[in-house]
Design a protein around this ligand. Structure first.
Ligand code: 4AD
Ligand code: MG
Length: 413
């Protein structure tokens, strides 16, 4: 059985025993010439009747960690990031990932968004959560910072997209982001890919949620139709078929609840939580899980979070006494938070006073400038690409949906 990675199916080669080579073992790289004919077997369409076989690169089967005809657990192949892509499951996953990447770019390009390469090295902490990887700390000879200021790997391209939304109206980026979260969870990576969009002239959170929903539905239906065999492998062996098909339908509307409603639902839950739900607390994984279950194991938008929980850039809803911002998270079954977004504070006085209270006015002069020079209501969101793949394929661990996972205490290769 030979496979060039183009599909899940291998091509069976039929050869006369005289062509057999001593070093023709499982895992070898081969070159075969022959006739492609209709196969008499029920399980395959074609077979290759070999005329010549050349072993290009033999494989030492005794030390090769992948074994013929064995279904290796994902945790096992994770130990071999240089070889696991030859495994069926990872192979299928990476083909799906490639299709989903192309579908994401097409979705935005077809809807009039300009693609922006936001920087990987930055001097700001967009989320203000202090989960930054600092780089190039000192220029050793000079004892100064290489960039004259502390520089970090980006946690989000949002602030740079906001700059661009002021010029191009609708923009998106899709690149690696980095977070030094010391978490061993099955949904956190230190390096992950984020799809981010920013839209000018947007006054309602509904508009942002509509783009999230359209992106999710379009990319998912494209992947389901372009990679049916690869997707089937996941739905058959990895997780029972999810309700993904159902929620990608054009007529299906995603569920929306407010943060305050979410807290009420949690308070009335028949189960006890490790973290007691109270208005003002951050929703924990156990809370997100319960909310998704409560709504019928489908994606759920949660909107209008407490002002004090969220980053400085989110738009003040000016409500009270339970003070909120126009924020939205999309929670999905099996994963929890898939997307985070908000309307941005476009009003100069509001932003100025918030930055002042946080002692960030000097660092964000350029951001305040955007509110001085033709500011418009705008908003956007970010979707974790690995969490997206986890959700649509039912993959339990995020480390199995990225070619080379980086997480705390591990950076193989
Ligand atoms: O909710 P987050 O932190 O939102 C932002 O960074 C915004 N600035 C995005 C924007 O509005 N442009 O992150 C967005 C998403 C999360 O919902 C989650 O799916 C994913 O990024 N994410 C991670 N995925 C894997 N590993 C991690 N450590 C992640 N942290 C966030
Ligand atoms: Mg978030």
């Amino acid at each position: 059985h030979i496979n060039d990675g183009s599909s899940l199916e291998s091509l069976q080669v039929v050869a006369d025993p005289s062509l057999e080579k001593r070093d023709l073992t499982f895992g070898s790289a081969v070159e075969v010439q022959g006739k492609l004919v209709k196969s008499p077997h029920r399980m395959q369409n074609m077979e290759l009747q070999a005329e010549t076989i050349r072993v290009v690169g033999p494989c030492d089967i005794w030390s090769f960690p992948l074994k013929m005809k064995e279904r290796h657990p994902l945790e096992y192949v994770r130990q071999f990031p240089h070889l696991r892509c030859r495994n069926n499951t990872l192979g299928a996953l990476l083909r799906i990932r490639s299709e989903a990447t192309a579908a994401t770019h097409s979705f935005f390009q077809n809807n009039g968004y300009v693609h922006i390469h936001t920087p990987i090295i930055t001097s700001n902490d967009c989320e203000g959560a202090g989960e930054l990887f600092q780089i190039a700390a000192k220029d050793s000879a000079e004892e100064t910072h290489f960039f004259n200021v502390p520089a970090f790997l980006t946690v989000s391209g949002q602030l740079h997209l906001e700059v661009m939304a002021g010029a191009f109206t609708h923009v998106f980026t899709f690149g690696p982001t980095f977070r030094a979260e010391n978490s061993q969870s099955r949904r956190h990576l230190a390096e992950f890919y984020m799809v981010e969009a920013e839209l000018s002239f947007t006054e309602s959170l509904q508009d942002i949620m509509q783009v999230m929903e359209d992106l999710f539905k379009t990319v998912t239906s494209t992947v389901l139709s372009k990679c049916p065999r690869d997707v089937e492998l996941f739905h058959k062996y990895i997780a029972p078929a999810q309700k993904v098909m159902h929620v990608t339908g054009k007529n299906y509307s995603l569920v929306v609840i407010s943060y305050s409603e979410a807290v009420e639902i949690l308070k009335q839950a028949p189960q006890t939580f490790t973290f007691k739900p109270e208005w003002g607390c951050d929703l924990q994984t156990e809370h997100e899980k319960y909310l998704v279950k409560h709504c019928g194991e489908v994606p759920v938008f949660v909107i209008n979070y407490p002002y004090d929980l969220k980053p400085f850039y989110m738009r003040d809803n000016e409500d009270g006494p339970q003070h909120t911002v126009a924020a939205v998270d999309l929670l999905v079954p099996g994963v929890g938070e898939l997307c985070g977004g908000s309307l941005r504070e476009e009003r100069l006085p509001f932003l100025e006073s918030r930055l002042q209270r946080l002692g960030l006015t000097d660092a964000y002069q350029w951001y305040l400038d955007l509110r001085k020079f033709g500011s418009v209501p705008h908003g956007g969101f970010g979707m974790g690409f690995e969490r997206y793949l986890q959700y649509i394929l039912g993959v339990d661990n995020i480390k199995d949906v990225i070619p080379f996972p980086r997480f705390s205490h591990s950076c193989l290769l």
